[in-house]
Design a protein around this ligand. Structure first.
Ligand code: NAD
Length: 507
């Protein structure tokens, strides 16, 4: 049999349920609204009518489309009213026992072919289906807030879910104007799983006192191109939401080091320093505006610059640095070994400047590391060694500010800020592919649309150069012994065979 979804119901018409009902009604699906809270379903219908009217006023939809959408919303007084629906989506309270009981209750009412979907963000679909007579009809249908604007939905296949139901929800999602991504029933599915790297690695960098939150945010936002820095993002989401997700995924994966949360966010949660919603998180907020961000560091222009000797792991990085320095009329020291007075610029990956200087047999007093992972066009990150002379530190800072670009000066970190965060994001994406939780295309699309990253994690690895990502992870693993950084076999094999990270033979 095939599943043809014409009529549906949403149970629990709070933030998520209302959003799902909106896109369902707008795409011409008869949608019943049900909620245990007295009057909530009617209220949701009225609120949606006001939303449709606003869309008409803004010329987003026609008056006729609004009228049609309104007609497709029906308030249900009792669960029995939903008996003829082809699909029921629950968006009720996030409690396993209550969701399980609802599914069992629904099975007594609906036909054998009705699909029962859950919008859960953290519970297992297999567990929600566990007490059902027909667990194969239970599926995950995970939307994101705000539903009409977040154009991605995870279709989650429980251990027993009928694959034809997955196909039917994929088709329905497209009719809603959403991009379906299919995920195995695993903790965090795709998006909440792939999103673990960004915040946790930034917190670890903060913990190691590499630089302050403003600098980390600046590097990742202005340098790498994330829409928001990790601390700005945690403030927006609220630690009451994001800290429990970090803990839950970490524990559900049996204390896997890659997902390890940080004591700092737990403490901030206890102190109710949740973020924007209480005007105090990592930053302070006044009438909704962020305050307390430390400004970028500026530096005086110097009249004299020493010669610059460059060592780089990758030839293209050396070339880019030479081009920039020549443009700024800085003389290069092209000797095999640096002159005693030259500034030694080390474009290194996955190590700190002390390690790089030691490996390259360069005097650490003359050495400054530079992160070339994201190029030097918009923003630069410099890392002096513990022993770098103050004069060389200032010279390097000034030199890279000569064209007005912003420079972040950070303390020593095994791998720079951007290198560590991006390597973790990409490696995690590779691991999700390796575990066959979803296809490469779906992982990339899910992350772009669900997390708003400029690239999906796997395509990002190819864009940057997968051998660079592997080098970062290998070096950090060797230097820290931390299993968090171990490279995914997906990444290792593709680099060894010189294949794109997006390559999948299907085996
Ligand atoms: N808020 C989000 O950003 C978000 C994102 C993705 C998924 N989710 C998931 O969606 C679900 C709903 O979240 P929300 O934020 O919309 O919650 P909400 O509190 O805004 O709405 C829940 C609604 O469900 C109703 N309800 C509770 N128990 C019920 C029951 N047994 N039967 C019928 N109605 C019941 C409540 O009266 C309320 O109207 C949860 O499973 C949550 O994990 C939430």
């Amino acid at each position: 049999m095939t599943y043809d979804i014409q009529s549906m119901a949403v149970i629990g018409v709070g933030i998520m349920g209302s959003g799902i009902a909106q896109i369902a009604a707008q795409s011409g699906h008869t949608t019943y609204l049900y909620d245990t809270k007295e009057g909530a379903a009617l209220q949701a219908k009225e609120k949606l009518a006001a939303t449709f009217q606003k869309l008409v006023d803004k010329n987003k939809i026609s008056a006729e489309q609004a009228e049609n959408a309104n007609k497709h919303l029906i308030v249900a007084a009792q669960l029995e009213d939903l008996k003829a629906c082809d699909l029921i989506v629950e968006a009720i309270i996030e409690r396993l026992d209550i969701k399980q009981a609802l599914m069992q209750q629904l099975e007594e009412i609906v036909s054998d072919t009705t699909i029962l979907a859950s919008n859960t963000s953290s519970l297992s679909i297999t567990a929600i289906a566990a007490n059902c007579k027909k667990p194969q009809r239970v599926v995950g249908f995970h939307f994101f807030n705000p539903v009409p604007l977040m154009k991605v939905v995870e279709v989650i296949q429980g251990l027993k879910t009928d694959p034809r139901i997955v196909d039917a929800l994929n088709e329905l999602s497209r009719a809603f104007g959403h991009r379906p991504v299919v995920a195995k029933d695993t903790p965090g599915f795709i998006i909440n799983h792939a999103g673990r790297a960004y915040g946790t690695e930034a917190l670890k960098i903060l913990n190691e006192n590499v630089c302050d939150i403003s600098e980390i945010d600046r590097i990742l936002r202005d340098g790498v191109g994330f829409r928001m820095g990790p601390f700005e993002l945690m403030d927006l989401t609220g630690l009451d939401v994001s800290h429990p997700v970090m803990e839950s995924i970490y524990h559900q994966y049996y204390e896997e080091a890659r997902y390890k949360p940080n004591p700092l966010t737990k403490q901030m949660l206890e102190a109710k320093q949740l973020g924007r919603k209480v005007n105090q998180g990592f930053y302070h907020y006044e009438t909704g505006t962020k305050t307390g961000e430390k400004p970028a560091q500026f530096v005086e222009r110097l009249t004299d610059y020493p010669k610059v000797w460059i060592a780089a792991d990758f030839a293209e990085d050396k070339q880019q640095l030479e081009d920039y320095l020549i443009q700024q009329n800085i003389v290069l020291d092209t000797g095999l070994e640096p002159l005693p007075e030259s500034l030694c610029l080390l474009a290194c990956y996955g190590e700190d400047t002390t390690q790089a200087a030691t490996r390259l047999k360069v005097n650490p007093q003359q050495a400054v590391g530079i992160d070339m992972l994201y190029g030097i066009s918009k923003h630069r990150t410099l890392m002096p060694s513990l022993a770098t002379n103050t004069e060389y530190r200032q010279v390097a800072h000034s030199m890279f500010n000569l064209d007005g670009a912003m420079v972040s000066m950070i303390a020593e970190s095994i791998g720079f800020v951007a290198q560590r965060v991006l390597a973790m994001v990409i490696n995690l994406g590779c691991d999700i592919a390796q575990q066959n939780i979803a296809s490469v295309d779906d992982i990339n699309a899910a992350v772009r649309l669900g997390l708003g990253y400029p690239f999906g994690p796997i395509e990002w690895g190819d864009h940057i150069g997968s051998q660079k990502i592997l080098l970062i992870l290998n070096r950090i693993s060797t230097l820290t012994y931390d299993p968090r950084y171990r490279p995914s076999p997906w990444l290792q094999r593709r680099v060894a065979l010189n294949l794109p990270l997006t390559f999948n033979s299907g085996f």
